[in-house]
Structures are given as C-alpha cells and as structure tokens.
Design a binder for this molecule. Sequence first.
Ligand code: 5AD
Ligand code: SF4
Length: 479
Amino acid sequence: MLDVLTQKIHDEARQGEAYTPFINDPAQYHKKFYIESYGCQMNFSDSEIVASILQNAGFGATRNVAEADLVLLNTCSIREKAEQTVRKRLTEFRKIKQAKPGLLVGILGCMAERLKSKLLEEEHLVDLVVGPDAYRSLPGLVEEAEGGQKAVNVLLSREETYADISPVRLNSNGVSGFVSIMRGCNNMCTFCVVPFTRGRERSRDAFSIVRECQDLFDRGYKEVTLLGQNVDSYYFTPETGDSSLGKATVVVTFALLLEMVAKISPLLRVRFSTSHPKDITDDVLHVITRYENICKYIHLPVQSGSSRILQMMNRTYTREWYMAKINRIREIIPNCGISSDIIAGFCTETEQDHQDTLSLMEYSGYDLSYMFFYSERPGTLAQRRYKDDVPEAVKKRRLQEIVDLQNRLSKESNKKDQGKTFEVLIEGDSKKSEQDWMGRTSQNKVIVFSKSGNAYKKGDYVKVKVTDCTKATLLGEII
Ligand code: 5AD
Ligand code: SF4
C-alpha cells in the first residue's frame, strides 16, 4: 500500500503545479517588504509562507530595511524575554519610521495573537496586527493600512494549514529546508502559551507535504526537517484524495508520513521536531531504524524530572514513564542522539524536585538541552491555577546547575565520538574560517573539519573522522 501511495505522490509531485521560485528578482517588484523572525523554527517557516503570499501580491523581499515599504516582525510569546526583545526592536523601528513616515510596520505571530488590538494602543507605530492563522489576509490588510487605517486580523482557524502555499525560502543555505506538517497544539501544558496563540492542532495534507519535500530535493536540497509542536500526533485522513487511494481508507500517521518522505531519495536526510514523550510510538522508532536517511536524533523535551511537577505541568507522564521511553529509544535505535527542553523553577518546585531533574538528565544522557527558567505567561493554566512562587534568584541558580550539568553531559557525549567516523552533510563554511567546512552528523551534532584541498562542496556527503571536540562541536578530518 505504501509503495502505491508514495509512487502516486511522487508522480504527482513531478508533474505538480509550478512552485513559485525562491526569491524572485527584486527589481521586478515596485514595493518591498522586510521580515524578521523570532522564536521557534515554526515561526521561521511561517515567515516563508508570508513571503510567498506577499510576493504573489506584488511585494519583493529585501534584506535591507532601509529600502523596505513594509517591515514585519514575526514574533514569539513563549517567555517574557522573547516579548521584550520584540518591544526593544520596535523602538529601533520607531526611529526609522520617523525618517520615513510612509513605512508600514506589522506585528505577526504569537505576540499579535496574544495581545491583539492592545498592541496598537501600546505601540503607536504599529499599523498591522496579524495572527498565525490569518496570513492569507495580509495583502488586503496591507491595502487597508496603506489607506491610513490600522488593520487587525487575529482569527484562529481549525482548518488553516497553508498546505497549497509554496514557501519562499528566506535565508536558506540551500541544503536544509523546514517543512511545516501541522499547526497548533492540543496539549495544554499548563506553563505554555502556544495553545492560545496558535490554536487547535491540525495536520497538513500528507500529499502536499511530500510534494514540498520532493520539490526541495529537486532544487538541490539534501535535508528536510518536518515541523510541528507535537509531530507524533500527526494524523491525516484525506477527504479529497484521488479515488484510487480511497477516501477514508488511507490514514497517514506520523510513522507513515516519515516513511513517505524518506522514500523520496536515500540522498535526502529527514529530520523532525518536536516529539512529545507521551505520543512517540514504537512504530516511529522502527521507521527511524529502517531508513538510513532518517536521522538518528530525537528531540524529546522532558521539562522536569519530578513526577509531581510533571503532573502540575499537565505533561501526562511520570519520571518513570519517561525513563522507560528513553530505554525504548536506546534499545531500538542504539546510536540515537537525544536532546531535551528543561524548565527550572516551575511553581512550587522544591530542592528535591530540582535534584530529580538533574538526576533524570544524567539518566537520559542528553547530547544537548534547551534550558529555561520558568516565565509566567498571562492566560496560561499555570498562571490561573498556581502561584509563581520560586524566587528569581533560586530559579537562576537552579538553571545554572542544569546548564553546568548539560555542559558536562554534552562534553562526555562528544568525547565518546572521538575516533569514530560519521557520514556528514556539508552545510557550508564554518563560522570561524573559510578554510573549514561545517556539517552535521545524523545525530545532529555539529562537526567542523578542514577542506584540505578536497573537491567537496556544500550539500555533499563526506565521511569524517572525529579527532577532537569541545562541549558544543566535534572537530574532525575527511577520510
Ligand atoms: N517558561 C519557560 N519556558 C517555557 N517553555 C514553554 N513555555 C515556557 C514558560 N512559560 C519552554 C518549554 C518548551 C520550549 C519550547 O519552551 O521547555 O518545550
Ligand atoms: Fe506548549 Fe506543551 Fe504544546 Fe509544546 S506540547 S507547544 S510545551 S502546550
């Protein structure tokens, strides 16, 4: 069944409707927009959808804010600091707008959704406020704003997935592309604002996902990352599929979707993010092992190591349950890279809860973690139910202990790789030197190695032997 399905999709993808070229020649547009993105990968991916919508409405993308007629900030609300960063950036745009009064300024994304028209009152320079499900209305809203009215659309949708829109790849390295497979989140973790700013979870049409990945591959891309707040709950039932595939008979789960994308070509690496410990299935783990080109790397946020805190966070698993999941991953995919998100100082967290987090980190042996101290967000369940009662100094100290432990774990994990050889996808020059390449292993570790006169280029796969490491990077040589 899978083969019939994938073949069908690949055929369709080849003949598929023409995709908008990436960034078109800016000279052909008389109006220009400039966009900055903050926060998660999903926001960066959304900005590429916005760019496509605007390009079709006659706006060309520019990387130079001075020549823009429209400036957009695609914003994040996940922590207070993320919002403060955007506010600071707005004060800089205030100066630019004073010098160029016709300039339109728009706020997109989670802050737009959270604050709605309040943003217009608080930030007078803002002309447009557009939530994550309302990007199709951007051209109309821009027209309204051009006519001197403030324009707002923050309607959330149960259906919108922008499935038919081919993203304009902004700031891409031409090797690695992000593909959104679903939107929203139904999980209601009590600390999290995302269910409120991005709405209900919905899965994008599987056929359009495969078509977009095929298109990237045809353009020379060698890696796609499938994006969603909770990819394991991806679930697509085609309402309007081809009759030969049947209507309700083909249900695409995340495991099946991964397989469909992996089959595009063995030369296309497939990554995905983010997995929820409660939803990742053995099926997914088995598919990862079955395909060489599905990267052996899982981002599996734990948030806390204390079962009591996990319950207050509404994560719906316990410490023991999470440990069993880690065991299962190590059993099925022995060479798997695992990373996590961790929050220090959630409401009522005791010293013992904190110790539980440290010991679970150690148990899991994370290669990498994204670590934060708890930031109370207005409107979330935690804000309504619990007191944010861990003093800031304690939150910061605990976070530092978490960071220190992760640094040690990362270093240990990197040390274990010394002497091993990995297949590496070259992503470009290393940050520090044009004499060196930077790439990634399947396990998502960054590796830097000398070009040393070899005829390789960006997008090639090379075998690299690890000779040394820091806590963040592997160093190696081509063999
Ligand atoms: N405070 C701190 N960190 C948070 N995250 C989400 N909400 C908050 C919050 N209110 C973290 C979680 C999540 C990651 C994307 O951001 O760890 O997994
Ligand atoms: Fe937020 Fe939890 Fe959904 Fe992640 S899974 S977006 S942390 S509610």
